[in-house]
Design a protein around this ligand. Structure first.
Ligand code: HEM
Length: 454
């Protein structure tokens, strides 16, 4: 057996090991609402490359740094596409947005537009004033709460993150708050719908179910909501084009419309989740909070509020943010990939059309790597290679600056009835995880005379 290597199947393929499966449902019963956790346990038994059968859908689960390097880097091109998602197709213009698009010419053009007009480092840096203004708005909102009242930091961060991203993508408008709220509701609902494969993706033989009257009604209603909202914004931009004041902000849609390119709305609330998880970790560890806050206040000195140049010198705060991304990877299984051709990984055959989950959370919590922070490949919250998240600079700037602002302007404490060790760190399921309970804290202004609060 040793000399022959792992056994081959009927077709003569040497497939990765699989846990025993049940008829019809395969390995579905072994997953839970937070699938990265049982998948890590299974990988400890069956190895860093496992082949699961989720219904009728073969799924490769990658759980070690070495295997992820092979899949995402060495054989990037074989795994560069995404599996078809019915929900994304209905909601996001037939899967024609960058995140869910199959690997083709359309994706290449869309990704180029996103990287060139919205998310390259220079552009992200040029949005500094917008970010600082939105953070000042958030700080003022917190300061306006009655003294010693508990504030719902999760809710405030949520509004901040959505507001900032809507402003960068679609610009400012008089009814901005209402528009952001409408986006927020539509995005909330779509996140739930997109977060896992649907019945017909797991069981292609049941695809006919979708044709039953009313089967997709929720999806269609939501798609309509998005359409109406985006149409309104497009019309508003087209009407405004050519009548723009010099000093007016040029947003992402202006760029796309002027370049006559197809639009892609890459909204992400993962960054706000990262800020609230960072705050929760700091509240749980008062010594850590004290050290981070000391650094923020020393570096920002007597400035009205920390600037991005200050944040660049806050080494400890940036390390805290990185550690939070490691401990609480916002998308623990990244976004699914799919093999485009028959290929081999670590000696195993992987047939074309296999769905691929990268369990980045299993790698980030693998004791083998804790002592080797200089090798960054085990740090995968933003994925890697060709389909890596192009929003990484945007997200990191936003998280670091917002956290610095919160720590600079306020002293934070838990409500009187909560001890640090009792702070609930449970996470809720979804394509991206988030705190289950909102983070409620008491904020005492630290520098009430600062210009931002005026
Ligand atoms: C904490 C914040 C964020 C995290 C953790 C995150 C994480 C990820 C991950 C894991 C992927 C899949 C990577 C892969 O398959 O290798 C991804 C893709 C993507 N992200 Fe993010 N993201 C964040 C913020 C953002 C922001 C702020 C934007 C844009 C404003 C953005 C835009 C995108 C896009 C367009 C893709 C699809 C890339 C492609 O398929 O070519 N992300 N993100």
């Amino acid at each position: 057996c040793y000399l022959r290597g792992p056994p081959k199947n009927k077709e003569g393929l040497r497939l990765p090991p699989s846990p025993p499966k049940l008829p019809l449902i395969g390995n579905l019963h072994q997953l839970s609402a937070l699938p990265h956790r049982p998948l890590r346990e299974l990988s400890r038994k069956y190895g860093p490359l496992m082949l699961l059968h989720l219904g009728q859908s073969p799924t490769l689960v990658v759980s070690s740094v070495e295997a992820a390097r092979k899949v995402l880097k060495t054989q990037d091109i074989a795994f560069v596409t995404r599996p078809f998602s019915t929900a994304a197709a209905a909601l996001i213009n037939g899967c024609r947005n960058v995140s869910f698009a199959p690997y083709d010419e359309h994706w290449r053009r869309g990704r180029k537009a996103v990287v060139v007009h919205l998310l390259n480092l220079k552009k992200v840096q040029s949005l500094r004033r917008t970010r600082e203004e939105e953070i000042a708005l958030m700080i003022r909102k917190i300061s306006s709460s009655p003294p010693l009242a508990t504030v719902d930091l999760s809710g405030i961060l949520y509004a901040f993150s959505n507001g900032l991203i809507c402003r960068v993508v679609a610009g400012s408008c008089p009814a901005r708050e209402v528009r952001t709220q409408r986006f927020q509701e539509a995005i909330d609902e779509s996140t739930v719908m997109i977060s896992g494969p649907r019945l017909e993706e797991l069981f292609p033989s049941l695809a006919w179910v979708r044709r039953l009257p009313g089967a997709d009604s929720r999806l269609m209603e939501l798609a309509m909501k998005f359409d109406v909202l985006l149409d309104e914004i497009m019309t508003e931009h087209e009407r405004r084009a050519g009548r723009r004041e010099q000093a007016e902000e040029v947003d992402f849609l202006d760029h796309l419309l002027s370049a006559d390119t197809a639009g892609d709305y890459a909204f992400s609330r993962d960054d706000l989740k990262a800020i609230s998880l960072a705050m929760a970790e700091l509240m749980k560890n008062p010594a850590l909070m004290e050290r981070t806050q000391k650094e923020v206040r020393e570096v920002a000195g007597v400035r009205p509020t920390p600037t991005e140049d200050d944040v660049a010198r806050m080494r400890y705060l940036r390390a805290v943010v990185k550690e939070v991304f490691r401990l609480h990877i916002p998308a623990p299984l990244l976004l699914p990939r799919e093999s485009m051709e028959d290929t081999r990984v670590l000696g195993y055959d992987v047939p074309a059309g296999t769905r691929v989950f990268i369990n980045a959370w299993a790698m980030a919590t693998d004791p083998q790597w804790w002592e080797a922070p200089e090798d960054d490949f085990q740090f995968l919250p933003f994925g890697a290679a060709r389909r890596m998240c192009p929003g990484i600079n945007f997200a990191l700037c936003m998280v670091e600056l917002a956290l610095a602002g919160l720590l600079y302007h306020f002293d934070w404490s838990l409500p009187a009835d909560t001890a640090p060790e009792d702070l609930d760190m449970a996470v809720a399921p979804g394509i991206a995880i988030r705190r289950k309970a909102p983070l409620r804290l008491v904020a005492v202004p630290h520098s009430p005379s600062s210009a931002v609060l005026a």
